[in-house]
Design a protein around this ligand. Sequence first.
Ligand SMILES: Cc1cc2nc3c(=O)[nH]c(=O)nc-3n(C[C@H](O)[C@H](O)[C@H](O)COP(=O)(O)OP(=O)(O)OC[C@H]3O[C@@H](n4cnc5c(N)ncnc54)[C@H](O)[C@@H]3O)c2cc1C
Ligand code: FES
Length: 279
Amino acid sequence: MKVQITSNVFLRDKYLLMEFCVPAGFAKPEPGQFLHVRIEDSFDPLLRRPLSIHDVAWQARSRSGQKRHILKILYEVVGKGTALLAEKRPLAQIDVLGPLGRGFDLKKINRSRCVYIVAGGMGVAPLFFLAKTIREGQKGKGPKIVVLIGGRNKDHIIREKEFKDLGCEVHVATEDGSKGVKGRVTELLKTLLPAPGAAGSPDDPQGPPVICACGPKAMLSVVAGFAQQKGLAAQVSLEEFMGCGLGACLGCVIRTVSGYRRICQDGPVFDASEVIWTE
Ligand SMILES: Cc1cc2nc3c(=O)[nH]c(=O)nc-3n(C[C@H](O)[C@H](O)[C@H](O)COP(=O)(O)OP(=O)(O)OC[C@H]3O[C@@H](n4cnc5c(N)ncnc54)[C@H](O)[C@@H]3O)c2cc1C
Ligand code: FES
C-alpha cells in the first residue's frame, strides 16, 4: 500500500522520525508489530526493510477536520535502504506492508503491577508504542511503567523525554558513562528490581513484574537469563534479516523450544523462555 510521507526529520545524528497517513481501511496496529517498507519503486534496494511501529495517532483530525490515521517510524541510518529513506521529503510516497507479526501480550502485561521496559539502542522504537498503549488503556489503574534505556553513549539515548512525558519512570545507562549510570542496561535492570516483598518485586503478592525488552540479541539473551533466574515473565522483540516478511521464505527463523519459528510471523515478540539463546 502506498502511503504519503507527511514528515521525515532528523532527531539527532543518524536517527530520524518519519510520519505518514494511512487510509481508513488500514488495520489498527498492536505494539510490537512492524511494517515492511519498500523504499524505492526500482529494484534497488530489492528487499523491503522491516521497521517497527513507533507511534500511532488513530483517528487524529487534520486541519480540515477530516479523520485520518497517522503512523510513525523511528529509524537509524545504518545502510543503503535507511539512507535512501532519510532522503525522502514530505509528499514523497513509500510502499508499506503491514501491520505485520505478533506484538506484545498486553493481557499478561496488564495483569502485573509493574512492567520493566528495557530498550537497547533502537529497541526504543517499538517500546514507546508499547508504553503509550499500556498508559492509554489504564484509566487510572494498570501497571507502573519503569523504562530503562541503554546505549553506547549519550548520543545513542533517544526518546527519554517522550517516555517521561507519558508518566513513565525512566532510567538511563551508557557504556561510557556520558549519561545516566555507567554500564550496560542489563546491569541497571538487575539493580532496579525492588527488594523481596516490595511492590514490583518478583514476589510482589499483587503480581510479579513483567519485563518487555527490545535490542541486540546479546542483550536480550542476558535479559532472558536474568528473568529465568528470578522466575519472571519476559517478552522480547527479536530482530533478524528478513526476506518476504510474510512467513514464506524462512529467511528469518530462530530456534525455540517448540522448533524453528519465523520472526516475521510467529514474532517478532516471543516469550523469552521459548527462545533457545545459544547459537
Ligand atoms: C521486526 C524488526 C523491526 C525493526 N525495527 C526497526 C526500527 O524500528 N528502527 C530501526 O532503525 N531499525 C529497525 N530494524 C532493523 C532494520 O530493519 C535494519 O536496520 C534495516 O533493514 C537496515 O537496512 P539498510 O538497507 O539501511 O541496511 P543494510 O545495508 O541492509 O545493512 C546495514 C547494516 O545493518 C545491519 N542490519 C541490516 N538489517 C538488520 C536486521 N534486520 N537486524 C540487525 N541488523 C541488521 C547489517 O548487518 C549491516 O551491518 C528492525 C528489524 C526487524 C527485523
Ligand atoms: S522473512 Fe520470509 S519467512 Fe520471515
